[in-house]
Design a binder for this molecule. Structure first.
Ligand SMILES: C[S@@+](CC[C@H](N)C(=O)[O-])C[C@H]1O[C@@H](n2cnc3c(N)ncnc32)[C@H](O)[C@@H]1O
Length: 271
């Protein structure tokens, strides 16, 4: 069976073209809170955004004076980021095995990346390794449906009602593992981090019709389509129809609005 990591890399390589139109408008809402969480120390500091996607976070860090660069394992993401922001260096690389020297960055970020790693512990060890002593790390993860993640309140029941959760998929960590603060603290502490803090931030997705949500899932997501694509063709149809219908229950006037709440978690490498 293809590994989770291979499915992720294939999925993001395919999804890069649609990402800025469909999902970056949501994830970009977390950029300000992530950079704010790093404090005032960005001007003149070396900064690495891991899982940099289409590059907006690295660009925003550079606008705040950081010497920013980005790394992502999807070549099309790297190419898209480089096209949009030619003044910033983006490179291809695996978050679980970074090609950067020890202690080479003052600040590191990973926005909605940790939940996509097949070995998040290895990712955290790598962040710790490339950070200088007293360097700071900030990352985001989505909060689960019971804390307001509307997308999964739609997709989860659609799959439960019309498909099977018992489909053959490669083993993968829970996408909400680090939304459990106790678990995040345990993993960060085990990697050597201290000074762990977190703050909730609510991003918002808006669309004009339920089919917009389906289009975003199809074109710019990776983990959710894995669950849908593993169903029988008939079940896939019913699930997609249910997603379109359930999305309508989130209509506010002429827009459908879904909350995408996240945690911004920060930690420091002891000085
Ligand atoms: C949800 S997107 C987030 C992109 C961007 N940080 C944002 O906030 O919009 C996840 C990104 O992580 C990248 N990614 C996933 N696993 C990775 C890995 N092991 N190494 C490097 N990049 C990875 C994907 O290619 C994709 O660009």
């Amino acid at each position: 069976m293809t590994s989770f990591k291979d499915l992720e890399q294939t999925g993001w390589t395919r999804g890069a073209a649609a990402y800025d139109d469909w999902f970056a408008p949501v994830t970009r809402q977390a950029i300000g809170p992530i950079l704010d969480a790093l404090g005032d120390g960005l001007p003149g500091r070396t900064f690495l955004d891991i899982c940099s996607g289409t590059g907006h976070l690295a660009k925003a860090a550079a606008m705040r004076g950081a010497l920013a660069r980005g790394v992502d394992f999807a070549p099309t993401m790297v190419a898209a980021a480089q096209r949009s922001f030619p003044d910033i260096a983006f490179s291809e690389g695996d978050a679980e095995r970074l090609a950067f020297a020890d202690a080479s960055f003052d600040a590191v970020t990973m926005s909605f990346g940790l939940l996509h790693l097949s070995d998040p512990e290895a990712g955290l060890r790598e962040v710790f390794r490339v950070l200088r002593p007293a360097g700071r790390f900030a990352f985001t993860v989505w909060l689960p449906p019971d804390q307001g993640f509307d997308l999964m309140r739609i997709v989860g029941p659609a799959i439960r009602e019309h498909g099977s959760r018992d489909v053959s998929l490669p083993p993968a960590p829970s996408p909400f593992r680090f939304a459990d603060l106790g678990e995040a603290e345990r993993a960060l502490t085990a990697a050597g981090f201290a000074g762990i803090a977190s703050r909730r931030h609510d991003c918002l997705w808006t669309g004009t019709q339920g089919s917009d949500l389906l289009a975003m899932i199809d074109r710019a997501f990776v983990r959710t389509p894995m669950l849908i694509d593993a169903q029988t063709p008939e079940a896939q149809q019913r699930i997609k129809q249910a997603i379109v219908e359930k999305a309508e229950t989130y209509r506010r006037g002429d827009r459908i609005e879904l909350r995408f709440p996240c945690l911004v978690i920060t930690a420091a490498k002891p000085g």
